[in-house]
Design a protein around this ligand. Structure first.
Ligand code: PAF
Length: 284
């Protein structure tokens, strides 16, 4: 595995790979690699000739009161994990080479980037859209692999690819969970052991929704309210939002229609830690 830090060097390598007809798969991360990231690398490995993993803690997607400076950066450990997972190139640039002095351009997301997470974290998705697009240009992938854990981010990336006519296939990988059902996330390290077990209420909420919808309940607003109640009665936890969106347009859905797919989106605090989770459910 080769470690590259200069954008122009990564771009030159990617260009050469393309000229040699190599199928490039990219997995973008902010490091602190875990099972979720490794499942993306595995998927990329299965269907790409060359796998590029990017590690960059992107300052432009953090709000002023967010955890940019505390964000975990176990670089040596990440290098070992990437190598063992079969990554060919690890692209880990410095911030000054991604956003040099006099950097001026930011991608502006539309309505999709301003709702839900976008409303709570103003500017977050513009930062994500900008870095993902820059990394697309630097790594020149044919396929890009993203986790469904960040479902709104995934929807926004699909929108960028469509709106900007990028010749890239976005491949989504399912949420990876601990045995308890807790979705794996780099931010889980902020949870105390008590909060970690309380946080499984999010997964229990997803299971409740699945059971309700498969037993023919149609009122998605009522089901979401039941899940909010479950979260509210878990010590130390409080809901930020719980709602269903339709899988196609990512807009709030109120009633389940037969044969359609919905995504339950949850955001909740367990102690001071804000967690997000989601589950895809088909109404039969
Ligand atoms: O999901 C993440 O880790 C980040 O938002 C991403 C896509 C790597 C952009 O910084």
């Amino acid at each position: 595995m080769q470690i590259i830090t200069e954008p122009c060097q990564m771009q030159a390598i990617a260009e050469k790979l393309r000229l040699n007809r190599q199928l490039i798969g990219v997995v973008m991360t902010m490091g602190a690699l875990h099972e979720g990231h490794l499942s993306l690398v595995k998927l990329a490995r299965q269907s790409s000739g060359t796998v590029i993993l990017t590690i960059f803690v992107n300052p432009s997607q953090f709000g002023v009161n967010e955890d940019l400076h505390q964000y975990p950066r176990p670089f040596e450990q990440d290098v070992a994990l990437a190598k063992a997972a079969g990554v060919d190139y690890l692209f880990a640039p410095e911030a000054k080479n991604i956003y040099p002095e006099n950097y001026q351009t930011t991608l502006e997301c539309g309505a999709l980037g301003k709702r839900l997470e976008g409303e709570r974290r103003p500017g977050h998705f513009n930062g994500v859209a900008t870095i993902v697009t820059k990394l697309f240009h630097i790594t020149k992938p044919h396929r890009a692999f993203f986790g469904e854990k960040d479902a709104q981010q995934l929807a926004i990336i699909r929108q960028i690819v469509q709106d900007l006519d990028l010749d890239i296939t976005v491949v989504a990988a399912p949420v990876v969970r601990e045995e308890s059902g807790l979705a794996i996330s780099s931010r889980n390290i902020y949870l105390s052991s008590q909060e970690r077990s309380a946080a499984t209420i999010l997964y229990q909420g997803i299971c409740h929704a699945e059971k309700s919808i498969t037993s023919n309940k149609r009122d998605l607003v009522a089901i979401a309210a039941e899940i909010e109640q479950m979260i509210a009665s878990t010590p130390g936890c409080r809901t930020d939002y719980v709602l269903f969106v339709d899988e196609e347009r990512f807009e709030q859905a109120e009633r389940a229609e037969e044969g359609k797919e919905y995504r339950l989106l949850l955001a909740a605090y367990c102690g001071a830690v804000r967690l997000i989770d989601n589950g895809k459910i088909r109404a039969c």
